[in-house]
Design a protein. Sequence first.
Length: 128
Amino acid sequence: MYQIGTGERFISYITYTVFFMSERIGHFEQLLLLALLRLGDESYGVPIRGEIERRTNRVVSPGAIYTALDRLERRGLVRSRLGDPTPQRGGKRKRHYRLTAKGRAAVREAQAALTQMAHGLEPKLGTT
């Protein structure tokens, strides 16, 4: 701690060292990353959305998918590239996504944390 001033009046400055453990991801982000992991590289929005909807039994809007994928890409957890234009899409190009090593690590850590938290709760959850 550093002090500036004398007597009764002084200003204290405390220096903290902050360590960022890892990328924290939310529930929906976990679902997206798991879908990408399951589908493999070069997946795009429609199959990603379908995978999440099939496996979770919940409806997901396309906007939610693309907004979250953009956020994950800014954080370095996924990468994307534009595919070639296709006549079926009126010349529009698909954006293909792939999981990065950082994204895999985030999924692994999130799953490990969830497993640790759930350990021993099987009787209370009625799953034994």
